[in-house]
Design a protein around this ligand. Structure first.
Ligand code: CO
Length: 484
């Protein structure tokens, strides 16, 4: 049996397993609860990597520069993770292509892990997933994590500010652009790079950045962003850039805690807003209610303030008002039936009852095959999960828990699974009430779900499984990607 079936994903990430790192980042991109779970579990062991944000206008040769940076860092014995972000390109756009090209030169190097991220619509989500992806690379033991993004707008600022140092890349002839930079990037630039410095106009670009810097004052102790000239194509200036990064790191060592605290504030505020909105959509609003609310506002039947106050009130009003899948409630997800003879079971459930049996799912860690039979009359629109289901469980090995169950008690009802909104909250409640749990911590289930079992001793002879479904509705769930 491989690690994948027996060792938790977070543990494999901490061991630096590149497949686990790729998987964890995919889950984070999908906003799966499993991705959040990985971050929860590894977070205490992060904070060791140095996060370097690199941004700049498209065409600044940033990809080549990052490639050179990787090589230079590797020469000094450091391991490197790269998160390449391209907010402006669609999913199949430039980031992935660039990543592929660059990967070529580092593909055989186990000390380098490169991953591209693209937007799935919302940029707040991208800043969040970028920062979580950097955490995963940190947890996996990378010494330096490069966060590369294209552009100089607010979104890029948000992404780059999740780093310990921000490098802004310019090219000769970007004088107008330097003026435009004043607003956003100037505040976050710790180092300016003028790339393609062999080109005409390089000195003018350096001068316009200088002019900009001279508008500010740099008393003793305040870092004045240096301007480093590089030629990424030849690698000229790259050792100087690495030296400048090291100087900044030493300069800010004492204030590192402060910088990371500011980053924590930004992340918590952003996540709080995101999670609250998500909570309102998932747990407070009925299906179609949001659209109806917008209609009522458009026709002046109500106003946005009243509507939002009402939603806030309902979201904090507690379990009585919460939807059935809220932390305090549960909906039936499926009933598991241990089967001794699959053919006979199918001839009853499928042929005689006329139910539709889905293609079986292999659960390797349990040595079982699960055949789901939807028996609900509607899909749950809030979560996108259909249900409830019957689950015919067929042992695939003699030592499978299902084989043992059948041998001991005969075929029949095995477990029932309740879907909850927040599995950790449910487990905490159960624990507080003295309920005996088989799993005190949720573990990874199928389709990015989190699951935990309650002991039959506390559930009146029934094996009860709790399940928190993925945040991504089934029909929109992206297929597994293999780009890293
Ligand atoms: Co089950």
């Amino acid at each position: 049996m491989t690690d994948a079936a027996t060792v938790p994903l977070s543990e494999r990430v901490l061991r630096g397993d590149p497949r686990a790192v790729a998987r964890a980042i995919s889950l984070i991109e999908d906003e799966s609860p499993q991705g959040a779970e990985v971050v929860r579990r590894v977070f205490a062991r992060t904070g060791r990597a140095y996060l370097v944000g690199v941004t700049g206008s498209p065409g600044a040769g940033k990809s080549t520069l990052v490639d050179r940076l990787i090589a230079e860092l590797r020469r000094s014995g450091k391991t490197v993770g790269v998160v390449a972000v391209d907010p402006t390109s669609p999913f199949t756009g430039g980031a992935i292509l660039g990543d592929r090209v660059r990967m070529q030169s580092h593909v055989a190097d186990a000390g380098v892990f490169i991953r591209s991220m693209a937007t799935r619509g919302n940029l707040g989500g991208l800043a969040r997933s970028t920062s979580d992806a950097a955490l995963v690379l940190d947890a996996a033991g990378k010494d330096v994590v490069l966060i590369e993004t294209v552009g100089v707008g607010q979104d890029e600022v948000d992404i780059v500010r999740t780093a310990d140092i921000s490098i802004v890349t310019l090219v000769p002839g970007a004088g107008d652009e330097v003026q435009a930079l004043k607003a956003g990037i100037m505040e976050i630039a710790d180092i300016f790079v003028v790339n393609k410095a062999d080109r005409e106009g390089a000195d003018r670009t350096v001068a316009s950045v200088e002019a900009l810097l001279s508008l500010d004052s740099y008393p003793d102790g305040r870092w004045r962003p240096p301007i480093v000239k590089t030629e990424a194509n030849t690698g000229k200036g790259v050792p100087e850039l690495v030296a400048a990064i090291e100087r900044f790191r030493a300069h800010t060592a004492a204030s590192m805690g402060q910088r990371r605290r500011a980053r924590a504030e930004f992340r918590v505020q952003e996540l709080l807003a995101h999670r609250f909105v998500q909570h309102v959509h998932d747990q407070v609003l009925e299906a179609g209610e949001f659209q109806a609310l917008l209609d009522r506002i458009a026709s002046r039947e109500t106003d946005p303030y009243t509507a939002v106050d009402d939603l806030i009130l309902r979201s904090v009003a507690g379990p009585g008002v919460a939807a059935p899948s809220g932390p305090a409630g549960a909906t039936l997800d499926h009933i598991g039936i241990a089967v001794a003879d699959l053919g006979a079971a199918l001839s009853f459930y499928r042929d005689a009852l006329g139910l539709e049996v889905e293609a079986p799912e292999e659960v390797a860690s349990q040595r079982v095959r699960a055949h789901f039979i939807p028996v609900g009359d509607s899909a749950d629109r809030r979560t996108g999960a259909a249900g409830p289901n019957l689950e015919l469980l067929e042992a695939t090995a003699e030592d499978s828990p299902i084989a043992k169950y059948v041998a001991k008690r005969g075929p029949g009802l095995h477990h029932l699974t309740l879907r909850v909104g927040d599995i950790r909250a449910s487990l905490a409640r159960l624990k507080a009430k003295g309920v005996r749990l088989i799993d005190e911590e949720p573990r990874e289930g199928a389709h990015g779900s989190l699951v935990a079992f309650v002991h039959p001793a506390s559930a009146h002879g029934v094996l009860v499984e709790l399940k928190q479904a993925t945040g991504v509705p089934v029909e929109r769930r992206p297929t597994e990607r293999t780009d890293s």
